[in-house]
Design a binder for this molecule. Structure first.
Ligand code: PAF
Length: 306
């Protein structure tokens, strides 16, 4: 199928409304809409998000918008990959109905918005500590995209008990996912947030649009992130103490890798889990979050423990 490209909110709403009405009678999932928000530079991880959305919705919209509000560093914004043709091909192959690719003027007609969503305390931790304001920008654009894609009519509950409007986010950006979930719960957005597992290269490197900026030796060195997470995963599975310092030492031993943080946190609140992590046997559930600079590229990854 060919994904149809739309660039204005008015076109998007008209097209989703028409598609929902058209697919209503024969569809296996009458009246459900899936949104896959992205910034483009799409890879197999995004294809997995799209496939998850296509599998359980009548109509699927993906968005590609490189959101200036979430970049502190103008150079980072300028070098973010823009690969629209390839993105459209990937989305078509995954069966996505519509691609919403707005201009900055369409999303922010008055320039920087006067009112933002603030990510609060959780937004200042981990990624937020080294990228101040990043999650305010993410939540502000996600709120706008969720509203932009919400059709005026045609959404129908499908008997699963879930909202008929769903949005798909990767587990790889665990802090982003937790914050989007909090925003949706705290501000009563009528949308079900769906987590899609991280996609990895066969050697374990988590797919990211930033991986293209790694040289071959940097890419080899970057594999230490997954090795450290797996080490913690094995200890958690065996209910051993996690001994986080030894995992940190492993990361620091890799050439050109500058560890930013390695934290074991509660999966929902993302608060650091002090108990059962260092010297006592691991029990319960947690997420290990890691971030490191490998050469010029900042990478993040995570793994569920327990
Ligand atoms: O994860 C991303 O690609 C972006 O942060 C998102 C959610 C599309 C918002 O710009």
């Amino acid at each position: 199928m060919t994904t149809v490209l739309v660039s204005t909110i008015a076109e998007l709403r008209a097209a989703t409304g028409a598609l929902l009405a058209e697919k209503l009678p024969g569809s296996g999932h009458p009246g459900t809409l899936g949104l896959v928000p992205t910034m483009g530079g799409l890879h197999a991880g995004h294809a997995e998000l799209a496939r998850a959305a296509v599998a359980e919705n009548a109509v699927v919209v993906a968005s590609v918008f490189v959101n200036p509000l979430q970049f502190g560093d103008p150079e980072d914004l300028a070098r973010y990959p823009r690969t629209m043709e390839a993105d459209l091909a990937l989305l078509s192959a995954a069966g996505v109905d519509l691609l919403f690719a707005p201009s900055a003027a369409e999303m922010y007609p008055d320039g920087e918005p006067a009112v933002w969503i603030r990510a609060g305390v959780l937004g200042g931790l981990y990624e937020g500590a080294s990228r101040p304001g990043h999650f305010d920008g993410v939540l502000t654009v996600v709120a706008k995209l969720l509203h932009a894609a919400l059709p005026g009519s045609g959404l129908v509950a499908d008997g699963t008990g879930r909202a008929p409007y769903r949005a798909y986010f990767g587990q790889k950006d665990a802090q982003q996912l937790a914050l989007v979930r909090r925003m949706v719960a705290d501000l009563n957005f009528p949308v079900d947030i769906v987590e899609v597992p991280t996609v990895r290269d066969p050697d374990g490197l988590a797919l990211s649009s930033r991986n293209r900026f790694l040289s071959a030796p940097e890419r080899d060195a970057a594999l230490v992130l997954w090795r450290a997470l797996r080490l913690l995963g094995r200890r958690a599975d065996a209910h051993e103490p996690l001994d986080i310092p030894s995992a940190e030492a492993l990361v620091r031993s890799a050439p050109g890798v500058e560890l930013d943080y390695l934290e074991v946190v509660d999966p929902e609140t993302l608060q650091i889990r002090a108990e059962n992590c260092q010297d006592t046997p691991f029990t319960g559930a947690a997420v290990a979050l890691i971030a490191a600079k490998v050469g010029p590229v900042r990478l993040i990854d995570n793994v569920n423990l327990g």
